[in-house]
Design a binder for this molecule. Structure first.
Ligand code: TMP
Length: 216
């Protein structure tokens, strides 16, 4: 039984804690699983992440940004995602293709057909079985993300958090458009319901998938 599960959402949508909870839940059931993330997930792609999220890189043009996300993905899919799925494990990935459509396509207003084509190439035939879109209004999420950075005294990794609210509103619009187009894969969960309720919804959907895949 192999499953590829991705988590998406605007900044501050609480993906990290839900991913951790799901990992704990799966391990308790004796199901091998692995948390990974994009951009990043393997040594080369983590280096690309540092370049992408460095707040000093103000001069980075949207095309090089897009290509770097895709480059990081190509390496990550080959080194981490494909091998783990092949072994029959569950991969929990913090962002994937949908993020590039939402951020570079909708946020940066890059050509959507180009973004999709590059996503298709870099993901090498891998598609999430389910994607949890943790949704909340962009201003609510952004506030949470900035608060978290302050608490962690984290000055780095904030190139996108420096973007103004309209950018983040376009990103959210992009995510919701993807969910509307692919409702059976992309499950939208309102994070304002609170962490516990959000996890209950995720757990139920994953349990159903596990039953389905063990019957195959
Ligand atoms: P994170 O903060 O959720 O780890 O994500 C890192 C940042 O990278 C986040 O601001 C979203 C952005 N991003 C893109 O712009 N395009 C992409 O394809 C991915 C995977 C992430």
């Amino acid at each position: 039984m192999s499953l590829f599960i991705t988590f998406e959402g605007v900044e501050g949508s609480g993906k990290t804690s839900q991913i951790q909870r799901l990992k704990k839940y799966l391990l308790q059931k004796g199901i091998p699983c692995k948390i990974t993330r994009e951009p990043g997930g393997c040594p080369i792609s983590e280096k690309v992440r540092k370049i992408l999220l460095n707040p000093g890189h103000r001069e980075m043009v949207p095309m090089s940004e897009l290509l770097l996300y895709e480059a990081a993905r190509a390496q990550h899919v080959k080194d981490v995602i494909k091998p783990f799925l092949k072994k029959g494990g569950v991969v929990l990935c913090d962002r994937f293709n949908d993020a590039t459509i939402a951020y570079q396509g909708y946020g940066r207003k890059m050509d959507l057909a180009l973004v999709k084509r590059l996503n298709h190439i870099s993901s090498q035939g891998i598609k999430p079985d389910v994607t949890f879109l943790l949704d909340c209004p962009s201003d609510v999420g952004l506030k949470r993300a900035l608060q978290r950075n302050r608490m962690l005294k984290q000055e780095k990794e904030e190139r996108f958090e420096k973007e103004k609210l309209p950018f983040h509103q376009r990103v959210r619009k992009g995510y919701l458009a993807i969910a509307k187009k692919e409702p059976s894969r992309v499950r939208v969960i309102d994070t304002r319901e609170g962490e516990d309720k959000v996890f209950e919804k995720i757990r139920k959907i994953v349990d159903n998938l596990l039953v389905g895949s063990s019957e195959l």
